[in-house]
Design a binder for this molecule. Structure first.
Ligand code: FPP
Length: 256
């Protein structure tokens, strides 16, 4: 495994490492089951899951991942009991208040994707602060998907483009894949090379559906609170063993 050895903490320099995926996106699943297996309330699973979040951010940064997207709260998660929703909101606030300064000093940039309008003012303002404080950082781009849902994201982008067409600023024929991509919350972020889902579930659950069109998927049986550096490395090793063809013929077959 080639690790970047120049000590650089710069995203563009680290992206030159061919064996490290440029963008890893993670569906952090299994917090509830982890807690239930121990006779604990589900919220304890989220609390432990938060510790995994902190470890994996540091590890991904060290490994030279350029962009790490974490599915932290989906637009469907509002359906959970109010107490659990409140706990998850509190955890996000705690994370930003506790970790922002340290992540900033580690050159981590924070980007938030998802709908902000439905969020409480204090949460929206903390998310905005995290982005503003770190926007010039050139290390790992930590993308927090919060109140995020892929279908809503696509509908929102279509509406923005339709309004531009209605105002006469854009011809419908000018709408193409690149323009739609540039109108999503993820504008400017490369598509994920690797999507990891923990806990053995094998679904996309409304996560980055447009962006993951050609991503590799690794489904880890490990519950998110138990997911550690070794499990992350194992997922990257599995990714490196795959041949990505992007709809083409692929190097091995093409060479025949
Ligand atoms: C899925 O487990 C996990 C979530 C819905 C929340 C994930 C949140 C965190 C790990 C902490 C917050 C992170 C940040 C960056 C603020 P589940 O509850 O669906 O587990 P289950 O399928 O076992 O019930």
């Amino acid at each position: 495994m080639t690790m970047v050895s120049d000590g650089s903490n710069d995203r563009s320099a680290r992206e030159a490492d061919a064996e490290t995926p440029r963008h890893v996106a993670v569906i952090m699943d299994g917090n509830g089951r982890w807690a239930q297996a121990r006779g604990l309330p589900r919220t304890e699973g989220h609390r432990k899951g938060m510790e995994t979040v902190r470890r994996i951010i540091r590890h991904a940064s060290k490994r030279g991942v350029g962009h790490l997207t974490l599915y932290s709260f989906s637009s469907e998660n509002w359906r959970r009991p109010a107490e659990e929703v409140g706990f998850l909101m509190g955890l996000l606030k705690y994370f930003i208040r506790r970790d922002l300064a340290e992540l900033h000093s580690e050159n981590v940039r924070i980007t938030v994707i998802g709908e902000r309008e439905d969020l409480a003012a204090d949460i929206a303002s903390l998310l905005g602060e995290a982005e503003t404080v770190t926007q010039a950082n050139t290390g790992l781009n930590l993308v927090i998907a919060f109140n995020y849902g892929s279908r809503d994201e696509i509908v929102r982008a279509v509406r923005i483009l339709a309004e531009r067409v209605a105002r006469g600023e854009l011809a419908a024929s000018e709408i193409d894949r690149d323009l739609l991509s540039a109108t999503l919350f993820t504008a400017g972020i490369p598509d994920p090379d690797l999507v990891i889902r923990t806990s053995g579930e094998q679904r996309l659950s409304n996560f980055l559906m447009w962006q993951a069109a050609y991503s590799e998927f690794v489904f880890s049986p490990v519950l998110w609170p138990d997911f550690d550096e070794a499990a992350f490395d194992a997922a990257i090793d599995e990714y490196n063993g795959r041949e990505r063809r992007f709809g083409g013929v692929g190097v091995r077959q093409g060479a025949k």
